[in-house]
Ligand binder design. Structure first.
Ligand SMILES: [Zn+2]
Ligand SMILES: [Zn+2]
Ligand SMILES: [Zn+2]
Ligand SMILES: [Zn+2]
Length: 662
């Protein structure tokens, strides 16, 4: 039996802290008083300041720090499990167990022998050239030796990687193992394995790849085609193409409109997020810096709570976002406050306290002084995805929120504030030393957190990856692995029949048209309610609750849900024949169009497999785009074939974005 990593079940989560808080309030007779201070008519500062002033809150809502340190016992048990799985030939499970052993094995407190590579920021995944010679290796400081468990973890994983045919990654693990062991027999075995790897790689170079273990060789890190580049970025919203403009209507707020006809498949936005955070369930499978899945991850030297995909990401994480959370992340995960709490934490740590303090007064002023259209644009007129200003100005819908909802956000902010203070890594002076924040400083931080926790509920985007099963590609699924803040994409309004869809390329999000968008029409995105999966009432109720608006899209206005579930035939609506074409109008253009559409639709099954195997031709993709346009012009919508065509086009772009073989 493998031991469970960091058994945290016994520590209280946020709900039990809240129950405790409620009991304490009842005891002191203040249950009612709370809602005199927390409600839509109070500012974030008023609400947070009231909560922070309550003795009951400090007693009930101060989280106990949970540690996710290294553990020899857990590492040993994973090593044992890994060996058994390897003996059984279950390489996939053996790989996971060895990675967990590496994660839990005691680690030197600095990264040691690889500093030079870290400085160069080179990626460990495609680098035969960083291999070191045996002599250099023997010279290596002995300070990193005698981390035998860590060495056995890397050594064990190198064996699995060798069996699975991943020779390059195997060599990297062998070198990591050699870094940490002085055990001569282990070193000898590792050297032998490395020689075999080189022989196999030379062989592949000369004779081409001969696959012996196809299933396991396909297992992969997150892969991604090259991220598209916008040929003509918008002059003031550089994440978008210049073919859009910002429009404003009191009923719809700010939204984007196309300046010219945009075809399905066209890229309209390429945006790198301000910050992102993994969902808790992905913390040990995906890199906490770039959100990529990693086949042979690297550990944090200090905790067992996250992994890194490469030396470059590890260096970046330990110098920034992960360093700021390393000692409190297990507590945050354990509190189970939902994905937005980690993202809110990351917004705050991505913005230093000095920046926050310097900007906040100005930003608050802008809320009331600037016209709604201009909010988020800086003094130079730019709306930048990497600056804090538009992040702060994402809508919060505070006035539409219920008092209980607001109290919950305040409680989350309270807990996160406690953690930021406890981490000793947020309130730091110029020399990096922690200091005790004043009440004023706490209020500024806490109220900003309340603000972001509200805005993330309506503005956080999912970062996804297409997971393809190595044994059967048809079992592929799009899986959200984390959330990100994309301020430019947040300018889009919702439609249940959206004109634009999002595709993840790591931390960059690409928006592409999935319909023909005529000049002057709005660009719309789907906030989570599609016309084909939920009826109007359910969609409208959900959108009203989460986003505070009533949807008036064509699907909601025209009862598309019911029509979609009835539709199985192509119904041509021809301006000339006016009704469905019959024998009498065989000469009309619509008859030819219908035949053409049917012909393309009949090839959908073949195209689906071609897309999954990545051997679809650009001609086929163009055909898909054509059929979408033809159907928009000639077919009565909603229609199942139209939906299928859009889904195929999206799947094609999903296979161009972040995808992984599992
Ligand atoms: Zn990474
Ligand atoms: Zn850590
Ligand atoms: Zn709608
Ligand atoms: Zn006709």
């Amino acid at each position: 039996m493998k031991e469970k990593p960091a058994a945290m079940d016994s520590y209280p989560n946020i709900n039990s802290l809240i129950s405790d808080f409620v009991v304490q309030l009842k005891t002191s007779g203040r249950s009612r008083e709370v809602f005199e201070h927390v409600g839509p008519n109070h500012t974030e500062e008023e609400m947070f300041s009231y909560l922070w002033g309550l003795q009951e809150a400090h007693q009930a809502l101060t989280p106990t720090l949970v540690s996710a340190g290294k553990s020899e016992k857990i590492a040993e048990s994973f090593l044992e499990g890994g060996e058994e799985e390897l003996d059984r030939g279950d390489l996939k499970e053996a790989l996971k167990s060895c990675s967990m052993a590496i994660l839990f094995a005691p680690h030197p407190m600095s990264l040691g022998g690889r500093d030079a590579e870290l400085e160069n920021g080179r990626d460990r995944n495609n680098n035969l050239d960083i291999l070191i010679t045996d002599e250099e290796e023997e010279d290596r400081s002995r300070a990193y030796l005698n981390f035998e468990l860590l060495a056995r973890g890397y050594g064990g994983r190198s064996e699995v990687l060798f069996e699975a045919g991943h020779y390059r990654q195997c060599i990297i693990d062998i070198d990591a193992a050699l870094n940490h062991t002085s055990d001569d027999s282990l070193r000898e075995r590792l050297h032998e394995r490395r020689a075999k790897c080189h022989a196999r790689l030379r062989d592949e170079e000369e004779n081409g790849k001969i696959s012996t273990n196809d299933k396991y060789e396909k297992l992969s890190d997150t892969l991604c085609s090259e991220t598209p580049v916008l040929p003509d970025p918008h002059p003031t919203i550089p994440a978008f193409s210049k073919d859009v403009r910002v429009a404003f209507a009191p009923s719809q707020g700010r939204y984007l409109v196309s300046e010219r006809d945009i075809s399905p498949g066209e890229t309209v936005c390429v945006e790198r997020n301000y910050c992102s955070a993994l969902y808790a369930r992905n913390l040990l499978t995906h890199c906490c810096v770039c959100l990529s899945r990693s086949l042979a991850p690297l550990p944090c030297p200090f905790c067992s709570g996250v992994i890194f995909c490469s030396e470059a990401c590890r260096a970046e994480g330990l110098a920034g976002c992960h360093w700021q959370e390393c000692n409190i992340l297990p507590t945050l995960v354990n509190l189970a406050m939902g994905p937005n709490s980690f993202l809110a934490y990351r917004i705050i740590t991505a913005t230093s306290y000095d920046t926050l303090k310097g900007l906040l007064f100005v930003l608050k002023g802008e809320e009331s002084s600037k016209p709604a259209e201009a909010i988020g644009f800086d003094e130079g007129g730019m709306y930048s995805s990497s600056s804090y200003r538009p992040v702060y100005h994402l809508v919060t819908n505070r006035k539409e929120r219920s008092p209980t909802d607001l109290l919950r956000r305040c409680i989350q902010a309270f807990v996160i504030t406690k953690l930021l203070v406890k981490s000793g890594r947020y309130f730091v002076n110029d020399c990096g030393a922690a200091f005790d924040p004043t009440r004023e400083e706490i209020m500024l931080l806490g109220s900003t957190l309340v603000h972001h926790l509200m805005s993330l509920m309506c503005n956080a985007y999912a970062v996804g990856e297409l997971q393809m099963n190595v044994t059967d590609y048809r079992q592929c699924k799009m899986e959200p692995v984390g959330g990100g803040v994309f301020v430019a994409s947040s300018l889009l309004n919702h439609s249940c029949n959206p004109s634009v869809a999002a595709f993840s390329h790591g931390r960059t999000q690409v928006l592409r048209a999935v319909r023909h968008i005529p000049a002057g029409r709005p660009l719309t995105y789907n906030y989570g309610s599609f016309y084909c999966t939920e009826d109007e009432d359910t969609r409208r109720a959900g959108l009203l609750k989460q986003y505070s608006f009533t949807c008036c899209c064509e699907a909601c206005e025209n009862g598309w849900y019911a029509l979609f579930h009835l539709s199985s035939d192509l119904v041509i609506s021809c301006p000339k024949c006016s009704t469905a074409p019959s024998e009498s109008c065989r000469s009309c253009e619509c008859t030819t169009v219908k035949k053409r559409i049917e012909q393309i639709v009949n090839s959908f099954d073949v195209m689906y497999l071609q897309i999954l195997h990545k051997d679809v031709s650009s001609n086929d993709v163009n055909m898909l785009i054509d059929v979408i346009k033809l159907m928009e012009k000639w077919v009565q919508l909603p229609c199942r074939d139209y939906f299928d065509a859009q889904e195929l086009l999206k799947l094609y772009f999903d296979t161009r974005g972040s995808h992984v073989y599992v």
